[in-house]
Design a protein around this ligand. Structure first.
Ligand SMILES: Nc1ncnc2c1ncn2[C@@H]1O[C@H](COP(=O)(O)OP(=O)(O)OP(=O)(O)O)[C@@H](O)[C@H]1O
Length: 305
């Protein structure tokens, strides 16, 4: 199988799978990383995210992981995996649920920095769910988290997901425990929790200082410097003890992290409240959902005589 990053795929272009014969119309580019390009596509009146991989083997490994995780999920993430032939070259791709959301920075710019607390709590809960299945996310970073609604989060990019106990296969240096001389690059709960603390520092306005520290000599990079950044950041203050424990590997797991985080933000009175417009939307959505439920109950009763 040959792959290339040079495939020119633009709006309006249709991709038809070589094996499954499903057709996807490209709407727009959602994002691009080191491993592939992700497009918003339409098929059968539904929106999906379609990822073209730059490396066929890496993409296949990613698909295998998503398939494995889907086995225990009530909402499957993977929709299709196939190849497409364009101009005589075969490109592998997979199609997944489209996540409507913004990267945290954009969400926080729109809604306020205090949303860091809700986003953080929900990321810890997502990590806990993944860890319970025996995997570590690996490449946790701000680009791989999408936020919507009341700070709800979804993790995207399963390329770094690694079975516990193995070497982390895909990571980003800035978030990597090994890079900061704070532990091994081995998939355990603490690896993701370390990345989570750096993720929070990034969102709490410490990105320039983090970048500067990351340029220092490898032997002089220490976790103590990261702990100092936590102390320096006013936004981190209510959750500082938890972030420091995450950096120092002193949290038992993401569940403990989430419980402590929740208590800290409640005690600190920093739980963000939804905007008025959003409350209205929720009430409307709940009302519509209850009508739907009522109609389906009446329908079922009528069907059963
Ligand atoms: N299911 C999805 N729904 C919506 N947007 C998505 C989805 N999957 C990916 N994206 C967007 O596409 C971007 C790139 O995707 P992805 O991270 O999978 O690519 P990558 O090449 O593996 O990236 P990296 O270099 O970070 O490993 C993401 O940051 C996200 O903004």
């Amino acid at each position: 199988m040959t792959t290339s990053s040079k495939a020119v795929l633009t709006e309006g272009f249709s991709v038809c799978g070589k094996w499954n014969k499903r057709r996807y119309r490209i709407d727009r580019l959602l994002g691009e990383g080191a491993n592939g390009k992700v497009f918003l596509v339409q098929s059968g009146g539904q929106s999906y995210a379609l990822k073209f991989g730059f490396d066929a083997i890496d993409l296949q490994m990613e698909v295998n992981i998503v398939r494995e995780l889907d086995k225990k999920s009530p909402h499957p993430f993977l929709h299709d995996a196939d190849d497409v032939e364009i101009g005589g070259t075969v490109y592998p791709f997979y199609v997944m649920r489209y996540i409507r959301g913004h990267i945290p920075r954009r969400y926080m710019a729109k809604n306020g920095p205090e949303w860091l607390y809700m986003i953080g709590l929900n990321v810890l809960r997502k990590l806990h769910a993944l860890h319970r299945q025996g995997y570590v996310f690996g490449d946790l970073k701000t680009e791989n988290v999408l936020v919507s609604g009341y700070g709800e989060v979804e993790l995207v990019d399963y390329g770094g997901v690694t079975e516990k106990g193995r070497s982390v296969k895909q990571f980003t240096e800035l978030y990597d425990r090994g890079f900061w001389n704070a532990g091994e690059r081995v998939a355990d709960d603490g690896y993701d929790l370390f990345g989570f603390a750096v993720f929070c520092l990034q969102l709490a306005g410490m990105e320039k200082k983090l970048e500067a520290l990351s340029r220092s000599l490898p032997q002089s990079r220490t976790v103590d410097d990261l702990c100092k950044l936590v102390e320096e950041s006013p936004l981190c203050r209510p959750v500082a003890p938890i972030l420091k424990k995450a950096l120092l590997g002193r949290l038992a797991d993401a569940k403990e992290g989430a419980e402590q985080w929740k208590r800290a933000i409640e005690a600190g009175g920093v739980v963000p409240s939804p905007r008025k417009g959003d409350i209205g939307l929720w009430i409307k959505a709940a009302f519509i959902a209850s009508i739907g439920l009522f109609v389906s109950v009446v329908w079922t009763m009528w069907q059963n005589g």
